[in-house]
Design a binder for this molecule. Structure first.
Ligand code: PMV
Length: 320
């Protein structure tokens, strides 16, 4: 029996991935750029050589679609793999609305590879992670990460690429956790619906590459004002494409706009803070480390809970 454990941090996209140019290979219709965030992390152990495939998340046995997604990803890594037990723990609440699938699939492929003794290059693992969950391809890497669309038909060149490490720039990301509403549309269902029915989708994909190009320059120059503007623009354009779908897709709740307003008020009072939202109601706010406390206080007035995150390192094997 061979066993290994890996840890990965989730990431939040500053320029969003929304849409698939190839569904089977899970290739994106847009490039994206993200920040990997600590201290939130997924810790996953893969134990090859079990009697039956089993996957556990936070002490609960996974069944149906969730379990199939995990074993499908492991089948891609090795079509002749032995059966295994996967045990995964998130040190953060799922209700935080942070893409736990990003850290989850990054930790999974890394642990599975280490447990098999293969030690593939991380770029190769990032391609496998992409097949499990698009955003997971960025969580193999620490800090500031770009995910290009790639040009190859097999998708081998579409994976996370680090552009600056976690210690490049001392920023913070705060998450305003809002009251959970009815069960949301999954990101895959949401993006396919947008792609199929929104007349704004082509415009969204047309604008996205420029957002990433400009964001890369702003990240390298540590220009928070320039980056913040792009972050808000990318999020709002992505949501605009969903709002124009048929029927419309809206992940926002009343609290979402209250948090956006709080960020605008902060900015008007001279605090540099910029918002972004994903496939859920929560609002994530980017700011300089020195402003994090003021942002936290402002968000606490409109949110149920506020989480404070900072740039995190790459996914890593912790035992094998
Ligand atoms: O990785 P997925 O399939 O959960 O999709 C992520 C989609 C967004 O979070 C909305 C955007 C992104 O780039 O992470």
């Amino acid at each position: 029996m061979s066993i290994a454990t890996a840890i990965a941090h989730p990431n939040i996209a500053l320029c969003k991935y929304w849409g698939k140019r190839d569904r089977a290979l899970n290739l994106p219709a847009t490039p994206s750029l993200s920040l990997t965030l600590a201290p939130f992390a997924t810790r996953t152990t893969v134990n090859w050589g079990a009697e039956a495939d089993e996957a556990w998340l936070n002490g609960q046995l996974l069944e149906g679609k969730e379990a199939r997604r995990i074993f499908m990803c492991l089948d891609l890594l090795d079509p002749w793999r032995p059966r295994c037990v996967v045990t995964s723990e998130n040190n953060f609440p799922t209700a935080a609305g942070l893409a736990s699938s990003s850290s989850g699939f990054a930790a999974l492929v890394l642990a599975a590879d280490a447990a098999s003794g293969r030690g593939r290059p991380v770029e190769e693992l990032a391609v496998f992670a992409r097949r499990g969950s698009g955003s997971a391809t960025r969580s193999l890497f620490g800090g500031w990460v770009e995910w290009p669309m790639g040009a190859r038909a097999d998708g081998a060149d579409s994976h996370g690429v680090p552009i600056a490490g976690a210690d490049h720039w001392d920023v913070r990301m705060l998450v305003a956790v809002l009251a959970p509403g009815p069960k949301e549309t999954s990101s895959t269902d949401g993006m396919l619906h947008t792609q199929r029915t929104s007349p704004y989708f082509p415009v969204w994909t047309e604008c996205a590459p420029n957002d990433v190009d400009e964001a890369r320059v702003a990240v390298k120059a540590c220009d928070l004002e320039a980056l913040g503007r792009i972050v808000e623009r990318s999020a709002m354009r992505m949501h605009a494409s969903m709002l124009a779908a048929d029927p419309p897709l809206c992940y926002w709740r009343a609290g979402t706009l209250a948090a956006v307003e709080a960020v605008r008020r902060l900015r008007a009072s001279g605090v540099g803070a910029w918002y972004t939202m994903d496939a859920g109601p929560n609002v994530k706010v980017l700011c300089a480390a020195a402003d994090a406390e003021r942002v936290r206080v402002a968000l606490a007035a409109v949110a149920e809970r506020v989480e404070l995150l900072e740039p995190g390192g790459p996914a890593r094997v912790v035992s094998s």
